[in-house]
Write a protein that binds this ligand. Structure first.
Ligand code: NAP
Length: 553
C-alpha cells in the first residue's frame, strides 16, 4: 500500500531519531549445554576455552594442512581440520598428534565429511568413524559427524567417539533454510555435545529465521547455527549474538570451505565479532548487489574508532519486500540504502526530511525506538563538504553532468547553498525537468567550449567501466575544480584530462567518505572520524585493486 511520508526538516528529524534511541532487545549469550552429562573432562573444559571463530583449514596434502595450521594457530587457536579434503586422510594422523602436542592451547575439530553429505570423503562409514576416532586419540578435542552418518550408526559407536572428544553433530542444507526445529528434533535423537545446523540463505529473511531459531533453542542446547551463501553473511556475524556457540571462517577468500564464508581477519577486524554482544546495535548497507560495497569497512572503522558498540553488515536484498521483512524482525538501527532501492524505499518510510523528499532518493534510514523508519539523503553532504573545504559555494558557478540520483543530490544541495547551478544530461528532457524543479539552468554541450565554471561535477558513470571514456573532452573542461564522483577507479580519463587542463581534482572517494560520515553522525550523534574513514577505505581500495591485478597476471 502506498503511503505518503510525513516531511520534516532534517535537523528536527535527526534529533527525534537520536534522542528516542534505546539499546536493542537483549539476546541470549552463547551458553553451552551438553545434551547428556559430560562424559569426560575434555567436554567439561571445552566451553571454558572456546573462541568464537573456528578457522576451517583444507589442503591436498597432510604436510600442507599441518603447516597451515602451524602458521595460523597463534592468532587463531580454534581450528577445524578438514580431513576429507585429503586423498589419504589417515596419513595426517601422526602429524596431527605432533601438532597437538606442540600446541596445547589449540582447540581442534576433526571433520571427515562424506561425499553423500556434502563433503569430499569417499570412504564408507566404518572408515570415517575409524578416522575420527584416531583423530580424537591424536588429541583433537572435537569431532564432527553428519546426521546422515549418525543415523546409520549404532548408539555404542557414537558413544565410543564421545569418550575421547566432544561430538559436533552436523546437518547441512545446501538448498534453503527450512524446518530448523524439525531438523534439531531429528538430531536430538543422537546424544551430542554440539548440534550444528547449517542452512543456505536464499533470501535475507533466512538469516532472521536462523537467528530466531538460535535465540529460541540455544537456551536448551549447545548450538552452532549459520546460513551459507552470499546472502547469509549476516548470520555468520550475528549468529553468535543470537546464541551460536561459535562460527566458522576461512583463512583467505580462495580457501573457503562453504559458500559465503567470511575470512577470520574480516570477522575480527571489520565486524569485531569478539566484541559483538546483546547490546551491540546493528546497522547495514542494503542493496543488490552489495558484495563489493566498501561501506562495511568504512562504517565499522568509524564505529570502532568512536567506541560505538555497533556492527555494520552487508545486507544483500534481492527484493525490497525481503529487506523490509528483515528490518521489521531484526532490531536494525540504521541502513545505508544503495542501488536499486534509493527511490523505491521512500514510500515505505514514515518520515523524510524536506531535502530528501525534494531529491526523491534516500540513502540513509534510521529506525527510532517506536519502530518508525526515518529517511535522509547524505549524498548532498558528500558533495557539499569537499567543496566547502576548498571554495565559497555561494555564487559559485557549478556544472553538474548527469541528472540521476547523485546529480539530484548535488543540484539541490548546491542550490540551497546559493550556487549558480548548470545541468548537462545525456537525455535533455530529464536535465530540463531537474533544472525546473531545482530552479537551476541547463546548458548545451555545443556551448561548453565558451563557458567557464568554478566546478564541474561528473555525476554520470562514464569512465567507471571503460577507463578510456570521459564525459567531456579536454577542450570542454574550463573550470578551477573537477569533482569526479566515480571513486573506483581512482584515476579516470576525466581526471587525467582535467589535470592536463590545470584544474584541481576532487576525487570521488571524498564524496564516499563524507556521505558515510554524515550517516555516522545521524545514527550516533557523534562527529565522524572522517580521516580514519578515508584511510580505511583507501587501503581497502588499494588491496582490492592489487588482488584484481594479481588475478589478471
Ligand atoms: P543514476 O541515477 O543511474 O544516473 C546516471 C546519470 O548518468 C543519468 O543522468 C544518465 O543520463 C547519465 N548517464 C548514464 N550513462 C551515460 C552515458 N554513457 N553517457 C552520458 N550520460 C550517462 O546514477 P547515480 O546514482 O546518480 O550515480 C551516478 C554516478 O555517481 C555513478 O558513477 C556512481 O558510482 C557515482 N556516485 C558516487 C558516489 C560517491 O560516494 N562517490 C555516490 C553516489 C553516486 P540519462 O538520464 O540520459 O540516463
Amino acid at each position: 500500500m502506498r503511503r505518503s511520508p510525513k516531511v520534516f526538516p532534517e535537523e528536527r528529524l535527526i534529533a527525534c531519531c537520536i534522542y528516542n534511541y534505546t539499546p536493542v532487545r537483549s539476546a541470549p549469550f552463547a551458553t553451552l549445554r551438553m545434551s547428556t552429562a559430560p562424559n569426560s573432562y575434555v567436554q567439561r573444559l571445552l566451553p571454558l576455552r572456546m573462541p568464537r571463530v573456528c578457522l576451517a583449514l583444507t589442503a591436498d596434502d597432510p604436510s600442507d594442512l599441518l603447516e597451515k595450521a602451524e602458521s595460523v594457530v597463534r592468532d587463531n587457536p580454534f581450528l577445524e581440520l578438514r580431513l576429507d579434503y585429503l586423498p589419504k586422510p589417515g596419513l595426517a594422523l601422526p602429524k596431527i598428534k605432533q601438532f597437538m602436542e606442540m600446541n596445547p592451547h589449540a582447540v581442534v575439530i576433526a571433520t571427515c565429511r562424506r561425499a553423500v553429505s556434502g563433503g569430499k570423503f569417499k570412504g564408507a562409514i566404518p572408515a570415517q568413524l575409524e578416522l575420527l576416532g584416531k583423530a580424537a586419540a591424536a588429541g583433537c578435542q572435537m569431532v564432527d559427524l553428519e546426521l546422515q552418518t549418525a543415523a546409520k550408526c549404532k548408539p555404542e559407536q557414537l558413544q565410543k567417539l564421545r569418550t575421547r572428544a566432544a561430538l559436533v553433530l552436523s546437518f547441512h542444507d545446501f538448498r534453503g533454510t527450512k524446518k530448523l526445529e524439525e531438523t534439531l528434533a531429528a538430531m536430538r535423537k543422537y546424544p551430542a555435545d554440539f548440534y550444528k545446523v547449517v542452512s543456505t540463505a536464499t533470501t535475507l529473511y533466512d538469516n532472521v529465521t536462523m537467528m530466531k531459531f538460535l535465540e529460541k533453542e540455544s537456551d536448551r542446547h549447545s548450538l552452532v547455527g549459520l546460513c551459507m551463501g552470499e546472502q547469509g553473511i549476516v548470520s555468520r556475524v550475528l549468529g553468535v549474538r543470537a546464541g551460536s556457540a561459535f562460527t566458522f571462517a576461512a583463512v583467505n577468500p580462495q580457501e573457503r570451505t562453504a559458500p559465503g564464508q567470511v575470512t577470520a581477519q574480516e570477522l575480527r577486524n571489520v565486524y569485531r565479532i569478539d566484541q559483538v554482544d546483546a547490546a551491540t546495535r546493528v546497522y547495514g548497507v542494503a542493496g543488490d548487489p552489495v558484495a563489493h560495497s566498501l561501506s562495511p569497512v568504512i562504517m565499522n572503522t568509524a564505529m570502532r574508532r568512536e567506541n560505538v558498540n555497533a556492527v555494520y553488515v552487508a545486507l544483500h536484498a534481492k527484493s525490497l519486500k525481503d529487506l523490509l521483512a528483515c528490518v521489521r524482525d531484526v532490531p536494525i538501527h540504521g541502513l545505508s540504502i544503495t542501488m536499486p532501492y534509493k527511490q523505491t524505499i521512500l514510500e515505505h518510510l514514515d518520515n523524510t526530511d524536506t531535502h530528501t523528499s525534494k531529491i526523491g532518493a534516500c540513502n540513509t534510514v534510521v529506525r527510532a525506538q517506536d519502530g518508525k523508519l526515518y529517511g535522509f539523503n547524505t549524498d548532498t553532504a558528500g558533495v557539499v563538504r569537499p567543496l566547502e573545504q576548498r571554495l565559497g559555494i555561494e555564487n559559485a558557478r557549478v556544472l553538474v553532468l548527469g541528472a540521476g540520483g547523485a546529480a539530484r543530490a548535488a543540484v539541490f544541495g548546491l542550490k540551497e547553498r546559493g550556487a549558480e547551478v548548470f545541468i548537462l544530461n545525456r537525455t535533455a528532457e530529464t536535465g530540463q525537468k531537474l533544472a525546473r524543479q531545482a530552479k537551476a539552468r541547463t546548458v548545451k554541450r555545443a556551448d561548453l567550449k565558451k563557458l567557464t565554471f568554478d566546478v564541474i561535477i561528473n555525476a554520470t558513470p562514464v569512465g567507471m567501466k571503460n577507463p578510456k571514456e570521459s564525459p567531456l573532452q579536454e577542450s570542454e573542461i574550463n573550470a578551477k575544480y573537477v569533482f569526479e564522483m566515480i571513486y573506483d577507479p581512482a584515476e579516470t580519463q576525466l581526471i587525467r584530462l582535467a589535470r592536463a587542463r590545470g584544474a584541481q581534482i576532487i576525487p570521488g572517494i571524498e564524496m564516499f567518505v563524507q556521505q558515510a560520515a554524515r550517516q555516522f553522525e545521524i545514527w550516533t550523534g557523534k562527529p565522524a572520524p572522517w580521516d580514519d574513514m578515508l584511510r580505511a577505505v583507501t587501503v581497502a581500495l588499494q588491496d582490492r585493486n592489487s588482488v584484481a591485478a594479481n588475478k589478471s597476471k
